[in-house]
Design a protein around this ligand. Structure first.
Ligand SMILES: Cc1cc2nc3c(=O)[nH]c(=O)nc-3n(C[C@H](O)[C@H](O)[C@H](O)COP(=O)(O)OP(=O)(O)OC[C@H]3O[C@@H](n4cnc5c(N)ncnc54)[C@H](O)[C@@H]3O)c2cc1C
Length: 334
């Protein structure tokens, strides 16, 4: 390795703003790199707003920015070809990207081109006393933590979004900027996107759902459980349930949350007639906002809830459906 230089590949949204998940990663790298002497380098595929990008990244402690100019192409594969080309010249210690769809694909190609493994879905980064980079990631549904040490070869890793806080450096830096011009011809695409199809909440994997409406034994009957589907449809959400709901045949195993089901991380979860047994709640720890409806004010699910509603779940869901429908109708009329 030439020096201890750690790279982070920036990802941008459609308005060319740096993604939150990238800034989380940059913040964490800057924080852990305080322990190890080294250079934090950003690779930017966006080069129309260099001044703005440099200023933002300086605030997050980036030492150097390498801008990939237009000839580098735009797809994950083409960008990966360029990054691996630069890496072969400059020998970074590690290359990081956020674990988004694009970041994952790009990092996988970088790893292929450099002949090293990709360590995806990491949740922790550190440096040991000798300055080696360490990454950690959960395996086997969180039962085992894997620790990976960068030694000898470049470490290519992606980190899960929402694991680290976005935090500016105490003293901003003025990053050194470089440009990379591709000398070889642009690589032929390996993958061609024919068209993009929006995921259907009805069939999406519940682990990927942003909104979940969850029914438990307290829904009482298959007919009442249909209200869970109606609310999910109205909110653009997906249906899930407890083991009792599965045992009763209201959901399949693929929609069960918990120890023997799936772990979910929605932005909103509406839990209806669910007791809150530990074997169930273990699967919803990463929920951002939890609304719980239960007839029993002492139900354990309320300990986790951001909003606790004590009452009969089918009645409350019927009310909710008519209120949301009324709002939607008045919005259409405007
Ligand atoms: C090894 C093992 C693994 C397990 N794995 C899982 C798992 O992966 N996922 C899982 O979910 N469970 C799992 N379980 C089962 C778990 O222990 C609970 O039995 C289960 O989660 C309870 O489901 P429930 O809350 O829907 O039903 P119940 O325990 O029947 O609770 C129903 C709740 O609804 C409320 N209620 C009743 N009527 C109404 C009403 N009209 N309106 C509103 N609320 C009402 C009640 O007050 C109660 O709190 C596992 C158990 C074991 C032993």
């Amino acid at each position: 390795m030439a020096d201890n230089s750690v790279w982070v590949v920036l990802e941008f949204d459609e308005d060319l703003n740096i993604l939150e998940s990238t800034l989380e990663l940059v913040s964490e790298l800057f924080s852990v790199m305080q322990k190890a002497k080294g250079k934090l380098v950003a690779l930017s595929i966006e080069n129309t707003k260099k001044e703005e990008i440099s200023k933002i990244l300086g605030e997050y402690g980036i030492d150097e920015i390498i801008y990939l100019v237009k000839e580098c192409g735009g797809s994950a594969y083409q960008i990966a070809c360029c990054i691996s080309e630069i890496a072969k010249q400059e020998h970074p210690t590690a290359i990081f990207a956020a674990d988004t769809v694009w970041g994952h694909e790009m990092a996988a190609w970088v790893a292929v081109k450099l002949g090293v493994p990709l360590f995806s879905a990491c949740v922790e980064i550190d440096f040991d006393a000798t300055g080696r980079v360490l990454v950690f990631r959960p395996l086997y549904n969180g039962l085992v933590d894997q620790k990976i040490i960068a030694e000898g070869k470049v470490l290519v890793a992606t980190c899960m979004p929402e694991q680290f806080n976005v935090k500016k450096a105490r003293w901003p830096k003025v990053p050194v900027t470089k440009e990379f011009f591709k000398s070889s011809p642009l690589e032929q695409e390996k993958v061609r996107i024919v068209r993009k199809i929006k995921a259907d909440p009805k069939t999406i994997d519940i682990e990927d759902a942003d909104i979940l409406v969850v029914g438990g034994g307290g829904m009482g009957s298959f007919d009442n459980f249909k209200l869970i589907h109606s609310v999910a449809d109205l909110l653009g959400g997906s249906v899930a349930g407890t083991r009792v709901a599965r045992d009763k045949g209201w959901i399949g195993l693929d929609r069960q949350i918990g120890q023997t089901g799936k772990k979910v991380s929605p932005k909103l979860l509406i839990s209806c007639g669910v007791s809150g047994a530990m074997q169930h709640t273990i699967g919803l720890k990463d929920t951002k906002k939890l609304v719980a409806i239960n007839i029993d004010k002492n139900a354990p699910i309320f300990k986790l809830a951001d909003l606790a509603i004590v009452g009969d779940a089918p009645t409350i869901l019927k009310d909710l459906i008519s209120k949301v429908e009324a709002i939607k109708t008045s919005q259409k009329a405007q």
